[in-house]
Ligand binder design. Structure first.
Ligand SMILES: *Cc1c(COP(=O)(O)O)cnc(C)c1O
Length: 359
Protein backbone atom coordinates (compact mmCIF):
# COMPACT_ATOMS: atom_id res chain seq x y z
CA UNK A 1 0.00 0.00 0.00
CA UNK A 2 1.43 3.34 -0.99
CA UNK A 3 1.91 6.04 1.58
CA UNK A 4 3.28 9.56 1.39
CA UNK A 5 5.72 11.77 3.23
CA UNK A 6 2.89 14.07 4.25
CA UNK A 7 1.46 12.63 7.45
CA UNK A 8 -2.25 12.57 6.56
CA UNK A 9 -3.88 9.19 5.92
CA UNK A 10 -7.25 7.47 5.99
CA UNK A 11 -7.27 4.23 7.92
CA UNK A 12 -9.97 1.83 6.74
CA UNK A 13 -11.02 -0.83 9.21
CA UNK A 14 -12.34 -3.70 7.11
CA UNK A 15 -13.26 -5.81 10.13
CA UNK A 16 -15.51 -2.94 11.26
CA UNK A 17 -17.13 -2.89 7.82
CA UNK A 18 -17.92 -6.60 8.06
CA UNK A 19 -19.13 -6.15 11.62
CA UNK A 20 -21.54 -3.40 10.52
CA UNK A 21 -22.96 -5.61 7.78
CA UNK A 22 -23.59 -8.13 10.55
CA UNK A 23 -25.53 -5.47 12.47
CA UNK A 24 -27.57 -4.76 9.33
CA UNK A 25 -28.24 -8.48 8.84
CA UNK A 26 -29.42 -8.76 12.41
CA UNK A 27 -32.02 -6.03 11.78
CA UNK A 28 -32.95 -7.46 8.39
CA UNK A 29 -34.27 -10.79 9.66
CA UNK A 30 -35.12 -12.85 6.59
CA UNK A 31 -34.59 -9.99 4.14
CA UNK A 32 -31.49 -10.14 1.97
CA UNK A 33 -29.16 -7.17 1.82
CA UNK A 34 -27.75 -5.21 -1.04
CA UNK A 35 -24.53 -3.70 0.30
CA UNK A 36 -24.61 -0.24 -1.24
CA UNK A 37 -21.17 0.57 -2.65
CA UNK A 38 -21.91 3.45 -5.02
CA UNK A 39 -19.54 6.41 -5.13
CA UNK A 40 -16.45 4.27 -4.67
CA UNK A 41 -17.88 2.53 -1.63
CA UNK A 42 -18.91 5.86 -0.08
CA UNK A 43 -15.31 6.99 -0.52
CA UNK A 44 -13.82 3.91 1.16
CA UNK A 45 -12.59 2.33 -2.09
CA UNK A 46 -14.78 0.08 -4.24
CA UNK A 47 -12.47 -2.90 -4.64
CA UNK A 48 -11.47 -2.74 -0.99
CA UNK A 49 -15.06 -2.53 0.25
CA UNK A 50 -16.40 -5.24 -2.02
CA UNK A 51 -13.38 -7.43 -1.33
CA UNK A 52 -14.00 -7.17 2.40
CA UNK A 53 -17.69 -8.02 2.05
CA UNK A 54 -17.47 -10.56 -0.74
CA UNK A 55 -17.78 -13.59 1.50
CA UNK A 56 -20.79 -12.27 3.40
CA UNK A 57 -22.77 -9.96 1.11
CA UNK A 58 -25.94 -11.11 -0.65
CA UNK A 59 -25.40 -8.55 -3.41
CA UNK A 60 -23.91 -5.17 -4.24
CA UNK A 61 -25.77 -2.03 -5.32
CA UNK A 62 -24.28 0.93 -7.13
CA UNK A 63 -24.94 3.29 -10.02
CA UNK A 64 -21.72 3.35 -12.08
CA UNK A 65 -21.69 0.85 -14.96
CA UNK A 66 -17.89 0.90 -15.34
CA UNK A 67 -17.54 0.02 -11.66
CA UNK A 68 -20.06 -2.82 -11.95
CA UNK A 69 -18.22 -4.26 -14.94
CA UNK A 70 -14.95 -4.00 -13.00
CA UNK A 71 -16.54 -5.99 -10.17
CA UNK A 72 -17.62 -8.74 -12.56
CA UNK A 73 -14.18 -8.79 -14.14
CA UNK A 74 -12.67 -9.11 -10.66
CA UNK A 75 -14.76 -12.24 -10.21
CA UNK A 76 -17.64 -10.96 -8.08
CA UNK A 77 -20.49 -13.46 -8.52
CA UNK A 78 -23.27 -11.99 -6.40
CA UNK A 79 -26.18 -10.12 -7.97
CA UNK A 80 -25.35 -6.49 -8.76
CA UNK A 81 -28.14 -3.92 -8.66
CA UNK A 82 -27.79 -0.81 -10.82
CA UNK A 83 -29.84 1.71 -8.87
CA UNK A 84 -30.22 4.25 -11.69
CA UNK A 85 -30.67 1.55 -14.31
CA UNK A 86 -29.31 2.17 -17.78
CA UNK A 87 -28.90 5.75 -18.97
CA UNK A 88 -28.96 4.86 -22.66
CA UNK A 89 -30.53 1.83 -24.39
CA UNK A 90 -27.11 1.00 -25.81
CA UNK A 91 -26.01 -0.14 -22.36
CA UNK A 92 -28.56 -2.97 -22.25
CA UNK A 93 -26.34 -5.60 -23.90
CA UNK A 94 -23.73 -4.89 -21.22
CA UNK A 95 -26.34 -5.48 -18.54
CA UNK A 96 -27.03 -8.87 -20.08
CA UNK A 97 -23.38 -9.73 -20.63
CA UNK A 98 -22.38 -8.85 -17.08
CA UNK A 99 -25.58 -10.07 -15.42
CA UNK A 100 -26.50 -6.72 -13.89
CA UNK A 101 -29.95 -6.08 -12.46
CA UNK A 102 -31.32 -2.79 -13.78
CA UNK A 103 -33.66 -0.50 -11.90
CA UNK A 104 -36.33 0.52 -14.39
CA UNK A 105 -37.69 3.88 -13.37
CA UNK A 106 -39.15 5.60 -16.46
CA UNK A 107 -41.49 4.40 -19.21
CA UNK A 108 -38.89 4.70 -22.00
CA UNK A 109 -36.77 2.10 -20.22
CA UNK A 110 -39.74 -0.26 -20.22
CA UNK A 111 -40.05 0.20 -24.00
CA UNK A 112 -36.34 -0.45 -24.43
CA UNK A 113 -36.48 -3.67 -22.42
CA UNK A 114 -39.55 -4.94 -24.22
CA UNK A 115 -38.05 -4.33 -27.65
CA UNK A 116 -34.51 -5.52 -26.85
CA UNK A 117 -33.45 -8.97 -27.98
CA UNK A 118 -31.24 -9.72 -25.02
CA UNK A 119 -28.93 -12.74 -25.01
CA UNK A 120 -29.81 -13.49 -21.37
CA UNK A 121 -32.91 -13.01 -19.23
CA UNK A 122 -32.50 -10.29 -16.63
CA UNK A 123 -34.16 -9.88 -13.28
CA UNK A 124 -35.34 -6.28 -12.99
CA UNK A 125 -36.32 -3.85 -10.28
CA UNK A 126 -39.29 -1.63 -11.04
CA UNK A 127 -38.90 1.65 -9.22
CA UNK A 128 -42.08 3.36 -8.12
CA UNK A 129 -42.58 6.97 -7.19
CA UNK A 130 -44.29 6.97 -3.80
CA UNK A 131 -43.48 10.57 -2.90
CA UNK A 132 -39.75 11.16 -3.21
CA UNK A 133 -40.45 12.61 -6.68
CA UNK A 134 -37.02 11.79 -8.02
CA UNK A 135 -36.98 8.49 -9.89
CA UNK A 136 -39.86 6.06 -10.36
CA UNK A 137 -42.98 5.20 -12.31
CA UNK A 138 -46.31 6.77 -11.43
CA UNK A 139 -49.22 4.44 -10.70
CA UNK A 140 -50.72 4.64 -14.22
CA UNK A 141 -47.31 4.14 -15.82
CA UNK A 142 -46.74 1.15 -13.59
CA UNK A 143 -50.09 -0.38 -14.47
CA UNK A 144 -49.28 -0.10 -18.16
CA UNK A 145 -45.74 -1.38 -17.78
CA UNK A 146 -46.27 -4.39 -15.57
CA UNK A 147 -48.13 -6.72 -17.96
CA UNK A 148 -45.73 -5.83 -20.76
CA UNK A 149 -42.74 -6.67 -18.60
CA UNK A 150 -44.35 -9.83 -17.24
CA UNK A 151 -44.86 -10.97 -20.81
CA UNK A 152 -41.37 -9.95 -21.88
CA UNK A 153 -39.03 -12.86 -22.62
CA UNK A 154 -35.98 -10.84 -21.60
CA UNK A 155 -37.26 -10.31 -18.05
CA UNK A 156 -36.58 -13.00 -15.50
CA UNK A 157 -38.36 -11.64 -12.44
CA UNK A 158 -39.73 -8.37 -11.13
CA UNK A 159 -39.08 -6.79 -7.74
CA UNK A 160 -40.78 -3.57 -6.71
CA UNK A 161 -38.63 -0.82 -5.28
CA UNK A 162 -39.17 2.58 -3.80
CA UNK A 163 -36.97 4.98 -1.86
CA UNK A 164 -37.93 6.88 1.30
CA UNK A 165 -37.51 10.62 1.50
CA UNK A 166 -37.55 10.90 5.29
CA UNK A 167 -37.01 7.53 6.94
CA UNK A 168 -34.36 9.31 9.02
CA UNK A 169 -36.59 12.27 9.87
CA UNK A 170 -39.90 13.30 11.40
CA UNK A 171 -42.12 12.30 8.43
CA UNK A 172 -41.11 8.67 8.65
CA UNK A 173 -42.35 6.16 6.10
CA UNK A 174 -46.11 5.80 6.69
CA UNK A 175 -47.26 7.99 3.78
CA UNK A 176 -44.96 6.32 1.30
CA UNK A 177 -45.78 2.85 2.63
CA UNK A 178 -49.50 3.54 2.05
CA UNK A 179 -48.74 4.71 -1.47
CA UNK A 180 -46.57 1.65 -2.08
CA UNK A 181 -49.41 -0.60 -0.95
CA UNK A 182 -51.58 0.88 -3.73
CA UNK A 183 -49.00 -0.15 -6.30
CA UNK A 184 -48.63 -3.66 -4.95
CA UNK A 185 -52.34 -4.22 -4.17
CA UNK A 186 -53.41 -7.67 -5.34
CA UNK A 187 -49.95 -8.38 -6.77
CA UNK A 188 -47.79 -9.28 -3.82
CA UNK A 189 -44.59 -8.88 -5.81
CA UNK A 190 -41.30 -9.02 -3.89
CA UNK A 191 -40.25 -5.64 -2.53
CA UNK A 192 -37.03 -3.77 -1.79
CA UNK A 193 -37.73 -0.58 0.12
CA UNK A 194 -35.44 0.08 3.06
CA UNK A 195 -32.28 2.19 3.20
CA UNK A 196 -30.25 2.19 6.44
CA UNK A 197 -32.69 4.43 8.30
CA UNK A 198 -35.75 2.36 7.40
CA UNK A 199 -33.91 -0.88 8.12
CA UNK A 200 -33.03 0.34 11.60
CA UNK A 201 -36.29 2.06 12.53
CA UNK A 202 -39.16 0.61 10.49
CA UNK A 203 -39.18 -3.19 10.31
CA UNK A 204 -42.48 -2.98 8.42
CA UNK A 205 -40.48 -1.77 5.40
CA UNK A 206 -38.55 -5.02 5.15
CA UNK A 207 -39.38 -6.97 2.01
CA UNK A 208 -37.37 -9.55 0.13
CA UNK A 209 -34.37 -7.21 0.10
CA UNK A 210 -33.13 -4.02 1.79
CA UNK A 211 -30.44 -1.55 0.67
CA UNK A 212 -28.28 -0.35 3.56
CA UNK A 213 -25.44 2.01 2.74
CA UNK A 214 -24.28 4.48 5.37
CA UNK A 215 -24.66 2.12 8.33
CA UNK A 216 -22.14 -0.28 6.75
CA UNK A 217 -19.59 2.52 6.94
CA UNK A 218 -20.34 3.01 10.63
CA UNK A 219 -22.41 6.17 10.57
CA UNK A 220 -25.87 6.81 11.89
CA UNK A 221 -28.55 7.79 9.40
CA UNK A 222 -30.36 9.71 12.16
CA UNK A 223 -29.27 13.21 13.16
CA UNK A 224 -30.22 12.64 16.80
CA UNK A 225 -28.97 9.07 17.30
CA UNK A 226 -25.28 8.22 17.63
CA UNK A 227 -23.71 5.47 15.56
CA UNK A 228 -22.28 4.04 18.75
CA UNK A 229 -25.74 3.64 20.29
CA UNK A 230 -26.78 1.73 17.15
CA UNK A 231 -23.87 -0.64 17.74
CA UNK A 232 -21.98 0.49 14.64
CA UNK A 233 -18.20 0.76 14.41
CA UNK A 234 -16.41 3.54 12.50
CA UNK A 235 -14.74 2.27 9.34
CA UNK A 236 -12.81 5.32 8.10
CA UNK A 237 -10.47 7.19 10.44
CA UNK A 238 -8.93 10.32 8.94
CA UNK A 239 -5.77 11.21 10.82
CA UNK A 240 -2.84 13.54 10.43
CA UNK A 241 -0.26 15.31 12.56
CA UNK A 242 0.59 18.70 13.94
CA UNK A 243 3.33 20.18 11.76
CA UNK A 244 3.82 23.52 13.59
CA UNK A 245 2.94 25.07 16.94
CA UNK A 246 2.33 28.76 17.65
CA UNK A 247 1.86 30.75 20.82
CA UNK A 248 -0.75 33.48 20.40
CA UNK A 249 -1.53 36.52 22.51
CA UNK A 250 -4.85 38.30 22.96
CA UNK A 251 -5.80 40.01 19.72
CA UNK A 252 -3.79 37.71 17.43
CA UNK A 253 -5.80 36.18 14.60
CA UNK A 254 -5.51 32.85 12.77
CA UNK A 255 -5.56 32.07 9.08
CA UNK A 256 -7.43 33.44 6.08
CA UNK A 257 -9.93 36.19 6.71
CA UNK A 258 -8.69 36.58 10.30
CA UNK A 259 -11.90 34.85 11.27
CA UNK A 260 -10.67 33.79 14.72
CA UNK A 261 -9.19 36.18 17.26
CA UNK A 262 -7.47 34.95 20.45
CA UNK A 263 -9.00 36.37 23.60
CA UNK A 264 -5.93 35.57 25.65
CA UNK A 265 -2.71 33.58 25.45
CA UNK A 266 -3.21 30.28 23.68
CA UNK A 267 -1.31 27.47 21.94
CA UNK A 268 -2.30 26.53 18.45
CA UNK A 269 -1.38 23.42 16.48
CA UNK A 270 -1.26 23.56 12.70
CA UNK A 271 -2.48 20.26 11.23
CA UNK A 272 -1.61 18.90 7.78
CA UNK A 273 -5.20 18.51 6.63
CA UNK A 274 -7.27 20.88 4.55
CA UNK A 275 -10.12 21.01 2.12
CA UNK A 276 -7.95 19.56 -0.64
CA UNK A 277 -7.86 16.42 1.51
CA UNK A 278 -11.63 16.36 1.80
CA UNK A 279 -12.00 18.13 5.13
CA UNK A 280 -15.05 20.42 4.80
CA UNK A 281 -14.12 24.05 4.30
CA UNK A 282 -17.39 25.06 5.89
CA UNK A 283 -16.37 23.56 9.25
CA UNK A 284 -16.49 26.56 11.59
CA UNK A 285 -14.30 27.36 14.59
CA UNK A 286 -15.24 24.82 17.24
CA UNK A 287 -15.53 21.76 15.01
CA UNK A 288 -14.33 18.85 17.17
CA UNK A 289 -10.95 17.15 16.71
CA UNK A 290 -9.27 14.45 18.78
CA UNK A 291 -5.69 14.49 20.06
CA UNK A 292 -4.22 11.91 22.40
CA UNK A 293 -7.74 10.83 23.38
CA UNK A 294 -8.64 14.41 24.25
CA UNK A 295 -11.12 16.45 22.37
CA UNK A 296 -10.36 19.89 21.17
CA UNK A 297 -11.62 22.18 18.43
CA UNK A 298 -10.64 23.78 15.18
CA UNK A 299 -9.80 27.49 15.08
CA UNK A 300 -10.36 29.84 12.15
CA UNK A 301 -10.88 28.96 8.53
CA UNK A 302 -9.94 25.61 7.02
CA UNK A 303 -7.44 26.20 4.22
CA UNK A 304 -6.46 23.99 1.29
CA UNK A 305 -3.74 22.05 3.08
CA UNK A 306 -3.99 23.05 6.71
CA UNK A 307 -6.30 23.67 9.59
CA UNK A 308 -5.58 24.95 13.09
CA UNK A 309 -6.53 23.39 16.40
CA UNK A 310 -6.59 24.60 19.97
CA UNK A 311 -3.92 22.84 22.07
CA UNK A 312 -3.89 25.31 24.94
CA UNK A 313 -5.16 22.61 27.32
CA UNK A 314 -3.11 19.80 25.77
CA UNK A 315 0.50 20.67 26.66
CA UNK A 316 1.77 17.29 25.45
CA UNK A 317 0.60 18.06 21.90
CA UNK A 318 3.55 19.35 19.88
CA UNK A 319 4.95 18.91 16.40
CA UNK A 320 4.38 15.33 15.30
CA UNK A 321 1.42 14.76 17.62
CA UNK A 322 -1.28 12.67 15.95
CA UNK A 323 -4.67 14.24 15.32
CA UNK A 324 -7.88 12.38 14.48
CA UNK A 325 -10.13 14.45 12.23
CA UNK A 326 -12.89 11.84 12.32
CA UNK A 327 -13.31 8.13 12.88
CA UNK A 328 -12.23 6.11 15.87
CA UNK A 329 -12.99 8.09 19.02
CA UNK A 330 -14.63 10.98 17.16
CA UNK A 331 -17.68 10.18 15.08
CA UNK A 332 -17.75 11.51 11.53
CA UNK A 333 -21.42 12.29 12.23
CA UNK A 334 -20.41 14.79 14.89
CA UNK A 335 -17.86 16.49 12.65
CA UNK A 336 -20.34 16.55 9.77
CA UNK A 337 -23.03 18.05 11.94
CA UNK A 338 -20.68 20.81 13.14
CA UNK A 339 -19.87 21.54 9.48
CA UNK A 340 -23.52 21.61 8.42
CA UNK A 341 -23.39 18.42 6.39
CA UNK A 342 -23.69 14.65 6.72
CA UNK A 343 -20.99 12.02 7.09
CA UNK A 344 -21.95 10.66 3.64
CA UNK A 345 -20.46 13.81 2.14
CA UNK A 346 -17.32 13.71 4.28
CA UNK A 347 -16.58 10.12 3.26
CA UNK A 348 -17.32 10.67 -0.44
CA UNK A 349 -15.15 13.79 -0.47
CA UNK A 350 -12.02 12.03 0.77
CA UNK A 351 -9.47 13.30 -1.74
CA UNK A 352 -7.36 11.06 -3.97
CA UNK A 353 -4.17 12.59 -2.53
CA UNK A 354 -4.90 11.07 0.88
CA UNK A 355 -3.24 7.66 1.11
CA UNK A 356 -5.44 4.88 2.40
CA UNK A 357 -4.14 2.24 4.77
CA UNK A 358 -6.15 -0.85 5.59
CA UNK A 359 -6.43 -2.00 9.15
C1 LIG B 1 -27.71 5.44 -1.62
C2 LIG B 1 -28.96 4.67 -1.66
C3 LIG B 1 -29.29 3.78 -0.64
C4 LIG B 1 -28.50 3.66 0.64
O1 LIG B 1 -28.91 4.69 1.53
P1 LIG B 1 -28.25 4.84 2.99
O2 LIG B 1 -28.96 6.02 3.56
O3 LIG B 1 -26.82 5.12 2.76
O4 LIG B 1 -28.51 3.58 3.69
C5 LIG B 1 -30.42 3.01 -0.79
N1 LIG B 1 -31.21 3.13 -1.89
C6 LIG B 1 -30.93 4.00 -2.88
C7 LIG B 1 -31.83 4.10 -4.04
C8 LIG B 1 -29.81 4.80 -2.79
O5 LIG B 1 -29.55 5.68 -3.78
Amino acid sequence: MSTTYRPIRARIDLAALRFNLGVASHHAGAAKLWSVVKANGYGHGLARTVGALEEVADGFALVELEAAIALREAGIRQPILMMEGFYSDEELPLFAEYRLTPVVHRPAQVDALVSAALPARLPIYLKLNTGMNRLGLELDEFRQALPRLQACRGVAGITLMTHFADADGPCGVAGQMARFAEFNAGLDLPACLANSAALLRYPETLGAWARPGIMLYGSSPFPEVSAESLGLLPVMTLESEIIAVRELQAGDTIGYGNSFTAEGPMRVGVVACGYADGYPRHAPTGTPVLMADRRSRTLGRVSMDKLCVDITEIPAAGVGAPVVLWGEGLSADEVASAAGTVSYELFCALAPRVPVVEA
